[in-house]
Design a protein around this ligand. Structure first.
Ligand code: PGU
Length: 528
């Protein structure tokens, strides 16, 4: 039960209330209690209705609470936030309960007389009580679970982040060199312009389209630096929401787990197109084309420029051409997500060939870029959004609006990663070193892919064809394991992976391939 009694002398700040748990009594006896401070304001000048707001509640155990009297009220309304408290108070005061906003610990008091009452309010409540617990992130949450596992056998194949053969994070040597150079130069920490570092924007558009691409010489590309791939996608989503109201984004099924969140938060409607065929563990090309064709004219088609995440299945060059045909036919706008340029094949040019082919057709398009993987700059949050327009004039206007979107979102982007990219790309020696390191990383992933396949086919006597592992490209392998089988991988084998059956081969060492093959074979055959 609750009780408060205290002489009321001021209209403001009227003391505190307490909730007494078992053992509490009207006189403020000991028990488990919560205390909150109340402040008050008149709702209307001259009116006798006031609004009391509860502040800073906290819990105490076994403390004797002095009685508090609030000397003003004849009637009181309580919110519905804490029904039990409202009831006990009602019982005592025979008052009507009036529901106010259920998210606020606020109640109204009508002052008609100056009699004394004992007031009872539950205060161990929060204005955030209506906020439910968010589920762990399906990708980044896997790393948290991995950290908590004490097994020596544990293996983190959840997040797409490159690891060395010793399963340690890797900072590229060329990145260290660029950072040393930046330190020697004593660069300042002034704000960047809203669009980011000019040298970075030039370098990133050239890497994407090729330095000699006419679209650059014609100044048809609006580029602004973004907060890596995710932030760049989010800015582009905001542009779509603002200037193409109602336009749908078509997303591959399946796709990277964050795509839908990004468009949901930007309030951009989306639907899915078929992409993965579980029967062949390959591309459902006919389904993809049919769904793109069936979408309303002028939709945005989100395409993974290379190394499709999570499937590792990319269209062939001929299939890309057909996809471009149908997109052009339907007047759709291609929207590329390029998070793995150079990481899929080891070649920056080859991995940008899909984007360049669309650009060469004279199509307008959007491209979000990321340097998380190919330069290992995960935490630096460096990437870009590029909008290829049909005229230089349109590109200037689009860029001005991209900046307008970025300004209230994050004001201007961080400088460190942008300087690294600009220095690496701008220095021919560094650029070559980067390409070598990228080849090395892509090569290590290819070699564990091969070794995993060798182990799977040698150890699995069932005759199952595991060759899809070799056909996939990039950081990931989409194993085809379902959620229960993926759970078995984690619970029994301490192999951490996303529940869609994706494993990041970038987190696998040669030494662990055999163990992983055992885990996959067991989960595939013994769990349904
Ligand atoms: N687009 C795709 C297709 C991606 O796979 C990722 C990263 C991004 C964009 C965004 O990466 P940025 O770091 O913002 O540039 N996907 C990884 C990384 C973990 C995550 O989910 O953010 C992954 O494991 O799928």
């Amino acid at each position: 039960m609750l009780s408060t009694e205290k002489s009321h002398s001021k209209r403001e700040a009227i003391g505190f209330v307490k909730k007494v748990g078992s053992g509490g009594d009207q006189s403020g006896g000991a028990g488990s209690v919560g205390i909150g401070f109340l402040s008050t304001k008149s709702l209307n000048q001259g009116s006798d209705t006031k609004e009391y707001t509860l502040h800073h509640h906290f819990a105490l155990d076994c403390v004797a609470i002095p009685k508090i009297t609030i000397s003003v009220m004849a009637s009181i309304s309580l919110p519905s936030i804490c029904p039990s408290a409202a009831l006990s108070f009602q019982d005592k005061c025979k008052e009507k309960t009036k529901s106010r906003s259920s998210s606020k610990s606020v109640f109204s008091v009508k002052t008609k007389s100056h009699g004394q009452i004992t007031m009872a309010v539950a205060v161990n409540t929060s204005r955030f009580d209506n906020i439910t617990m968010a589920p762990p992130d399906p990708i980044l949450g896997v790393s948290e679970a991995f950290k908590a596992d004490t097994s020596e056998m544990k293996l983190n194949l959840g997040v797409g982040a490159y690891r060395t053969e010793e399963l340690q994070p890797y900072v590229l040597k060329v990145v260290k060199k660029a950072e040393n150079l930046m330190l020697e130069r004593g660069e300042n920490k002034e704000y960047l312009p809203i669009e980011g570092l000019a040298a970075f924007n030039k370098a990133t558009a050239e890497l994407l389209f090729g330095a000699d691409n006419p679209v650059l010489h014609q100044q048809r590309v609006a580029t602004i630096q973004g907060l890596s791939g995710t932030g760049s996608l989010r800015v582009a989503a905001a542009l779509i929401e603002r200037y193409f109201p109602g336009a749908k984004v078509l997303i591959s099924s399946p796709t990277w787990g964050n795509h839908k969140n990004i468009f949901n938060d930007a309030r951009v409607p989306w639907s899915e197109y078929r992409y993965y065929d579980p029967k062949t563990v390959g591309l459902d090309f006919d389904g993809m084309v049919a769904d793109i064709k069936a979408a309303p004219e002028g939709s945005f088609v989100l395409l993974h420029g290379c190394a499709h995440n999570p499937t590792g299945i990319d269209p062939t060059p001929e299939q890309w051409e057909k996809i471009a045909d149908v997109i052009q036919e339907k007047n759709h706008i291609p929207f590329f997500d390029v998070a793995y340029q150079g990481f899929a094949s080891g070649s920056l040019d080859e991995d940008a060939s899909s984007v360049r082919m669309f650009a060469a057709r004279g199509m307008e398009l959007l491209v979000a870029q990321s340097y998380s993987k190919n330069l290992g700059l995960y935490a630096e949050r460096i990437g870009a959004i590029n909008v290829l327009c049909s005229s230089a004039d349109a590109a200037v206007r689009v860029k001005s609006q991209l900046k307008r979107i970025a300004r209230p979102m994050y004001s201007n982007p961080p400088v460190h990663g942008a300087r690294i990219v600009a220095n690496v790309v701008g220095n021919p020696d560094f650029f070559n070193e980067w390409k070598e390191e990228m080849e090395m990383m892509a090569g290590r992933i290819k070699s564990v892919r091969q070794k995993l396949y060798n182990n799977l086919s040698a150890k699995d006597k069932s005759g199952k064809d595991w060759s899809f592992v070799l056909k996939q490209i990039g950081m990931f392998s989409f194993t085809g394991l379902n959620k229960t089988q993926s759970d078995n991988m984690t619970d029994k084998w301490h192999v951490y992976m996303t529940k869609d059956g994706r494993i990041s081969l970038a987190g696998l060492s040669s030494a662990k391939c055999e163990y992983l093959a055992d885990a996959i074979i067991d989960s595939y055959h013994n769990v349904s």
